[in-house]
Ligand binder design. Structure first.
Ligand code: SF4
Length: 433
């Protein structure tokens, strides 16, 4: 499962390290401030580029500057509107900041899942991880949200590790290395604090017997022509890749087999994964299962100028295993939406909308009031990038130290989360307690 993808930044500048104020004198501060203030805070990082019409999103690739409103139209999903927000508030008594600030912005059948929940028909959560490398800060955001959903709704979670996909989809991949990352990534997942009594981690290559009957049912109903249209497969695609989508679809229906009744499933994931679930939804009713519902997040930016936070670009990512010195160094080197000089920053203000430091502070560390204050201080020239970086270092270091502590403890907890040894003689009798 590829959950985290790239987001392009219009212009990241290494903050306040150049001189040249005179070159920029033509732009008045008031114009700049009013331009930024008029933009929606909730649409940060991506919707204000001249190239916003030109983007491409597939489960494997995100190109260009994504316009999320247009993406909703293209994919045929639905924005999370006030009525759904009110439903969530009615059930949980609050709205998570990731919904409030539209990090999770789109859905399919979320209202139906919430309605079933209110009738007493609890849903399962299903999400996943493709173990292609070390886990970084960007990976953690949807997991933080998934844990929140598990706690708030008191529901079970299937966490699928798509080690097969990561092997098949990369020509240079090494199976042993992927197994190593599988182990390491499971420590990160456990470190998030999921409830061991309500969470099962399924590793595709090890636990295929739980998925294979369902994936076979799904595979039988998808033609190669449909698969090509949905996923862009060609004659040079290896046949492992062509066979993979039904395996990612299988956990959508597994809860109904475990519970022995039609069981709703809610998938928190980045929106690029939607084609998998769209395909699975098309088949669900034919197979006698509820259509899996989804709640989609935006993509996660990297620390460099443009592009995603990526394990393959270590300098753009804060890994959960980085020590505090490395974290500090990486944050200090992060690109920002700041102006090239302090004087210009004071005069023109920064561009918080295209600033990864702002993005991470906004989504992970600042509360709503702090985030708004930071936005206006930045765009009005009353804040320097060094101050934001210093705030981020202060907040991200203890956050990562806590994860590292929990990762160590997780080594003794793996068997509580995996399904091996928990099944009885019934082939789908996966025990949660
Ligand atoms: S939010 Fe902070 S780091 Fe980003 S551009 Fe503004 S001042 Fe610089």
């Amino acid at each position: 499962m590829i959950i985290f993808k790239r987001l392009n930044f219009g212009y990241g500048k290494k903050d306040q390290e150049m001189s040249g104020e005179e070159e920029y004198n033509s732009l008045e501060k008031e114009e700049a401030v009013s331009k930024y203030k008029s933009e929606e805070l909730t649409n940060t990082l991506s919707t204000n580029s001249l190239t916003k019409e030109k983007f491409n999103v597939t489960p494997w690739e995100v190109e260009g500057d994504v316009d999320y409103t247009k993406l909703i139209e293209r994919f045929g999903t639905f924005s999370i509107n006030e009525s759904i927000i009110n439903m969530i508030k009615h059930i949980t008594g609050e709205i998570h900041p990731f919904i409030k600030n539209r990090f999770f912005f789109s859905h399919r059948d979320l209202d139906w899942v919430l309605g079933e929940y209110e009738k007493g028909n609890k849903f399962y959560l299903y999400t996943g991880r493709g173990p292609s490398g070390k886990v970084h800060l960007g990976h953690l955001l949807p997991w933080v949200f998934t844990k929140y959903l598990q706690d708030k709704f008191d529901v079970k979670l299937i966490f699928q590790i798509t080690d097969d996909e990561k092997f098949l989809f990369n020509e240079d991949s090494n199976f042993n290395l992927i197994q190593k990352f599988t182990f390491e990534n499971i420590l990160d997942i456990i470190a998030m604090g999921f409830d061991p009594k309500k969470t099962r981690i399924i590793v595709n290559t090890r636990d295929i017997k739980y998925l294979y009957p369902l994936s076979t049912e799904i595979a039988k109903r998808i033609t190669f022509s449909t698969a090509k249209a949905v996923f862009g497969f060609t004659n040079s695609t290896n046949i492992g890749m062509i066979g993979f989508p039904p395996i990612q679809g299988a956990p959508c229906f597994l809860p109904s087999l475990i519970e022995k009744r039609p069981t709703p499933v809610l998938i928190p994931a980045a929106i690029d994964q939607d084609p998998y679930w769209r395909m699975t939804r098309d088949l669900a009713e034919k197979l006698g299962y509820p259509k899996p519902a989804q709640i989609h997040s935006k993509f996660i930016p990297g620390l460099a100028s443009g592009g995603k936070m990526s394990s393959s670009k270590p300098d753009t990512a804060l890994f959960t295993v980085d020590d505090s010195e490395i974290i500090e160094k990486k944050v200090k080197n992060t690109y920002t939406g700041g102006q090239p000089t302090v004087a210009l920053q004071r005069k023109l203000g920064g561009n918080a909308n295209n600033c990864p430091v702002y993005w991470y502070l906004n989504y992970l560390f600042d509360n709503e009031k702090e985030s708004q204050e930071r936005y206006y201080a930045c765009t009005s020239g009353n804040l320097l990038c060094g101050e934001c970086k210093s705030d981020m270092i202060k907040k991200v270091k203890p956050f990562m130290a806590d994860i590292q502590f929990k990762r160590k403890k997780a080594q003794d907890m793996i068997s509580k989360f995996t399904i091996d040894g928990k099944e009885l003689d019934d082939k789908i009798n996966i025990k949660f307690e």
